[in-house]
Design a protein around this ligand. Structure first.
Ligand code: FPP
Length: 263
């Protein structure tokens, strides 16, 4: 399916996911938590493949939140190692499959080795257009909004723009997902029904789907069911979506991977 056809067919253009439940998945098997995260990384692969195959234009996954820095140091270290390994293992195939990889979040907090791998993965896949995979690491929705405000304030102080010129579109352009279509489906696994400082600005109009499935068990069949239900959503919701104040993103078929904000 072409990317432009995705929105028209009712398939979400952009899916955003909180991948919760790795720890409990491990605990139920009497395994250490880090093995739950490893199993979670496998589920990421299946979801990336599933979304790309069906013609979803963008997938954003919450891999590590601003709050996750407070987890026990050993768990944080193992997660960072897993990110390094995953980049090493997956980027070639993502590239072969036409997927543009972008990391969003406060990357200045990451170790130099991981930062360098991220920069290389982004540069390598920058021209790919089939789907953009946004990986949120050290990300918080409030952080994103504060950073955007700071950048705009600096431009006002520098005399580049007037404060009155700041509107929703200009503000959104400063956020980490600038240029991407707004998420139209938000999935959270693991049983909790909250946004947990994920994409606070972007989820304003997004259809949420909360499920009890633990993230490592979230498979292609569940993705397919959820995408199918999204396609069949009531006409009233489709109409109200078409009246959003923020226009959908550009046709990605004609656009390269969105530029890095503040980069
Ligand atoms: C939440 O589960 C999950 C995380 C904090 C980490 C998510 C990371 C991955 C899925 C690893 C792979 C990511 C990439 C990009 C390769 P939890 O630990 O809070 O689970 P719990 O609620 O059961 O304790």
């Amino acid at each position: 399916m072409s990317q432009a056809a995705a929105g028209a067919s009712g398939l979400p253009r952009h899916v955003a996911v909180i991948m919760d439940g790795n720890g409990r998945w491990a605990q139920r098997r009497a395994l250490p938590r880090h093995l739950g995260h490893r199993a979670g990384a496998k589920a990421v692969r299946a979801t990336v493949e599933g979304c790309a195959r069906r013609g979803v234009e963008a997938l954003t996954i919450f891999a590590f939140s601003s709050e996750n820095w407070q987890r026990p140091p050993d768990e944080v270290t193992r997660l960072m190692e897993l990110f390094v390994e995953s980049i090493d293992r997956e980027v070639d195939e993502l590239h072969r499959n036409g997927i543009c990889v972008r990391f969003i979040g406060d990357l200045s907090r990451l170790r130099a080795e991981l930062g360098a791998k991220i920069a290389a993965a982004e540069a390598r896949t920058a021209a790919n257009r089939r789907m953009t995979l946004f990986i949120a690491v050290s990300y918080g929705g409030r952080w994103d909004i504060v950073e955007a405000a700071r950048r705009l304030a600096a431009r006002v102080v520098a005399g580049e723009i007037k404060a009155e010129a700041i509107d929703e579109a200009l503000f959104a352009d400063q956020l980490q997902l600038a240029g991407a279509p707004e998420p139209d489906l938000f999935i959270r696994t693991g049983g909790e029904q909250r946004i947990s400082n994920f994409l606070l600005w972007h989820l304003a109009y997004t259809e949420p789907y909360f499920c009890d499935t633990l993230w490592p068990d979230f498979d292609d069949a569940e993705l397919e069911r959820r995408l199918g239900e999204h396609r069949r959503e009531p006409v009233a919701q489709v109409v109200s979506r078409s009246h959003r104040r923020v226009a959908p993103g550009p046709d990605p078929g004609a656009q390269p991977c969105p530029a890095v904000v503040g980069g």
